[in-house]
Design a protein around this ligand. Structure first.
Ligand code: ZN
Length: 170
């Protein structure tokens, strides 16, 4: 588990209970949230991820950071207001190390939310960016890629992670 130098944030791994919880929406973005956005971006980059949700770092807040190589996106209280197309693709997750699950998602989504200055923002996202938005928005609803796996694989994965979390506690 990697730790950021500038903060004590760490990425929580399944089956951490916070990952199954619906995150709380924010009324206002203040200095605390602005610092958190920056720390989340740093952590995401260190971990080699393309997106990170606040509940993945143990915080009950509707906040996401995304960077698919076109510059960092910071968004709070995100909502999908439009979706179209459908495509299945394999996905990984920083909270489910070494696991790949095929997930069907919309190819195009419109996402609305607020930025770190409390200004409303909107993204017209296609392909990879649309996929990452949907993956991260799932996190804020307590949903993980493991929930898209066929039931028999889900049972195997749950066992695997339950075992590895027991071993870490020893
Ligand atoms: Zn994830």
């Amino acid at each position: 588990m990697k730790k950021s130098n500038s903060s004590s944030l760490k990425i929580h791994v399944y089956p951490a209970p916070i990952l199954k919880k619906k995150a709380k929406s924010l009324r206002f973005i203040g200095d605390e949230e602005r610092k958190l956005f920056d720390a989340m971006i740093e952590l995401m980059q260190q971990a080699g991820g393309v997106g990170l949700a606040a509940n993945q770092v143990g915080l009950d807040k509707q906040m996401l950071v995304i960077d698919i190589g076109t510059g960092p996106i910071k968004i709070a209280n995100p909502k999908i207001t439009k979706r179209s197309g459908r495509k299945a693709m394999e996905e990984g997750c920083l909270s489910l190390p070494e696991i790949i699950v095929k997930v069907k998602r919309a190819e195009h989504v419109v996402v609305k939310g607020i930025n770190e200055q409390n200004v409303e923002i909107k993204f017209d996202a296609h392909n990879l960016l649309a996929r990452v938005f949907q993956h991260e928005l799932d996190h804020l609803k307590g949903k993980l890629i493991i929930d898209y796996a066929p039931w028999y694989r889900k049972i195997l994965l749950q066992k695997k992670f339950a075992l590895s979390s027991k071993e870490k506690k020893k």
